[in-house]
Design a protein around this ligand. Structure first.
Ligand code: PEP
Ligand code: MG
Length: 582
């Protein structure tokens, strides 16, 4: 494809939302809907009855879409539409519309659009990125209701001719799902941020994307050539011949590397000098097992059982849990599945958990389970029953010291004995592990290691508690720095304790799937890394091409570094040297 010689190259910088480079003509997505006219009505109650019908139809439409997305993508993507259903249940919104219809005497389309726009404007102006990006969700749902009221067909993307770059002011999740189906090359939007649902979807759909590109709509015309660099967050309109040549090289290099990485996807987890390691998957339900197996995970290192609770928005029964866990174990085909017992609380709120000033330090995970046997026991029973179908491990989250570990183990053993009496026995002995994610647990790791079968380090929490930085607070986000020497030294202590007791240690926090961190973690003494399935091929490739002695040397240097910047420099230096040597 040639650059347009008649128009000068324009470079626009936005937020990198999903990696990859794409080059294609622009497809300008028209987001106009049928015009809503304002007219007086005689019977406001009739208008409100029409709204009820439209809401019901929209609910059905979204439920259908949710089911389609769950089938074609996965449950996590489909969950986005649960948030959409909640917009329809928003009492404040519906109340306001009702008042507007009765007060103004205008038609429901006009009143609904007015109130919806007010909501969209409020969210669009919010300071918090996450809340601001919810504006697209509200626009999506309320647009559907309007379509129902107007009798228009629901919004769809297309027809996109072949592989084009979709250019839009903003994209709703519905539209993003449509982009995937249409096979577009990339998408760029003027609004939105990294945490907007369309960006999250783009990452898991593997579509390069740049969002939040100021001036995009004014700069791009239909048929312009666009070069999208999803890593740099760069959109180049009508790239010059030189730019194209540079990017051709970059694209080619990326493709070659991707091919090499995927070519080794099924090779053993062994370093270049023959040391074995194990890569496992983090999943939230049986529907994600397919991804895990496709990426050749050796098993599941973290099964987030709270997902079922959050999905049902209720405490699930033993039967409900058993059905899900058993399916996961069956699908794992003999690979071990590590169930983490319920880790609810903190930022994952459910049911009658009381409001707390510091929820991350509050009534969470094993603390709650030990106090609530009516919740803990059915879960443990469901896990043991699922273990009749294949190997299962169990780990307890938020262990802070030996008493909690002992209590949790004791309850587990009681449940196991009770089931044995009922004639139910696991296929293989169930190994019990402690998650190490609280500094106190790291400090008594030697004692904990003597009383459990494995460790799994939850670095997401460990970092927040070690550094006293709330992992969800954007104001202190820059302080949440795993490269802090305290983190590196704490990790080394945990792995040393595991080695002394002869038990394996895994890392299941986000650091485990971070290509920069994986060599350091192995060098420090981790045996296994568990990560989101999509991260697995790259990490496997990196580790297979690194030598264990080099990783150990990296760990030695990192342990001696005095600042986070120095540690980061080491990790980057290691990655660059590795790249050159391959
Ligand atoms: C962690 O803390 O690293 C972890 C894996 O668990 P979560 O992110 O669910 O707290
Ligand atoms: Mg955790």
């Amino acid at each position: 494809m040639q650059g347009n010689p008649h128009r000068a190259e324009v470079r626009l910088l936005g937020t990198a939302a999903a990696p990859g480079v794409a080059r294609a003509t622009a497809y300008l997505l028209q987001q106009g809907r049928t015009l809503v006219v304002r007219r007086r009505v005689d019977d406001p109650e009739r208008e409100l009855a029409r709204l009820e019908v439209a809401l019901a139809a929209t609910r059905a439409e979204i439920a259908q879409l949710r089911a389609d997305v769950a089938r074609k993508l996965n449950e996590s993507e489909a969950a986005i539409f649960d948030a959409h259903l909640l917009v329809l249940e928003d009492v404040a919104l519906i109340d306001e519309v009702t008042k507007e219809v009765r007060r103004s005497g205008y038609n429901i389309e006009h009143c609904f659009e007015t109130v919806a726009q007010r909501y969209i404007d409020i969210f669009a102006k919010m300071e918090d990125d996450f809340l601001r990006e919810r504006a697209a969700d509200i626009r999506d749902v309320t647009g559907r209701v309007l379509d129902q009221l107007l009798g228009a067909a629901p919004a769809e993307v297309g027809p996109v001719a072949g592989r084009q770059v979709v250019v839009a002011l903003d994209l709703t999740p519905t539209e993003t799902a449509g982009l995937h189906e249409a096979g577009v090359a990339a998408f760029v939007t003027e609004e939105g941020g990294r945490t907007s649902h369309s960006a999250i979807m783009a990452r898991s759909l593997d579509i390069p994307a740049v969002v939040g590109v100021k001036g995009l709509m004014a700069a791009v015309g239909a048929g312009d050539t666009l070069l999208v660099d999803g890593e740099a967050g760069l959109v180049i309109v009508n790239p010059s011949a030189e730019t194209l040549a540079t990017y051709l090289d970059k694209e080619q290099a990326l493709r070659t590397r991707r091919d090499r990485v995927m070519g080794e996807i099924a090779l053993p987890d062994t370093t270049a000098d023959g040391a074995a390691f194990g890569l496992l998957a983090n999943i939230g339900g049986p529907e994600e097992m397919e991804d895990a197996l496709r990426c050749h995970a050796r098993g599941v290192g973290l099964y987030r059982t709270e997902n079922l609770y959050l999905r049902l928005d209720a405490w699930p029964t033993e039967a409900e849990q058993f059905a899900e866990y058993a399916e996961a174990v069956r699908l794992a085909q003999g690979r071990p599945v590590t169930f983490r017992t319920l880790d609810i609380g903190g930022d994952k709120r459910l049911g009658d958990l009381s409001d707390e000033a510091n929820p991350f330090m509050g009534y969470r995970a094993v603390r709650m389970c030990l106090e609530r046997p009516e919740i803990f026991r059915p879960q443990l029973r469901a896990i043991v029953r699922a273990a009749t179908f294949g190997p299962v491990h169990v780990m307890f989250p938020m262990i802070s010291g030996i008493e909690e570990l002992r209590k949790a183990k004791e309850i587990f053993r009681q449940v196991e004995a009770e089931l044995a009496q009922e004639g139910i026995r696991s296929a293989a002995p169930i190994r019990l592990g402690a998650m190490i994610e609280i500094p106190s647990a790291a400090l008594v790791a030697a004692e904990l290691a003597r009383e459990c079968d494995f460790f799994s380090v939850g670095t997401n929490d460990l970092v927040q508690y070690l550094l006293a930085v709330d992992r969800g607070n954007r104001r202190v986000a820059t302080l949440y720095d795993p490269c802090h020497p305290a983190v590196v030294r704490t990790l080394a202590g945990i792995f040393r304790a595991a080695a002394a007791a002869g038990i394996p240690a895994a890392v299941c926090g986000e650091l485990g799937g971070d290509p920069l961190w994986a060599p350091l973690l192995l060098g420090l003494g981790a045996h296994e890394l568990s990560m989101t399935p999509a991260a697995l091929p790259e990490v496997r490739f990196l580790l297979r091409h690194a030598r264990r002695d080099e990783m150990r040397a990296l760990a030695e240097q990192a342990l001696a570094s005095a600042s986070a910047a120095a540690t980061r420099g080491l990790l980057q230096g290691f990655a660059t040297a590795q790249q050159k040597s391959r």
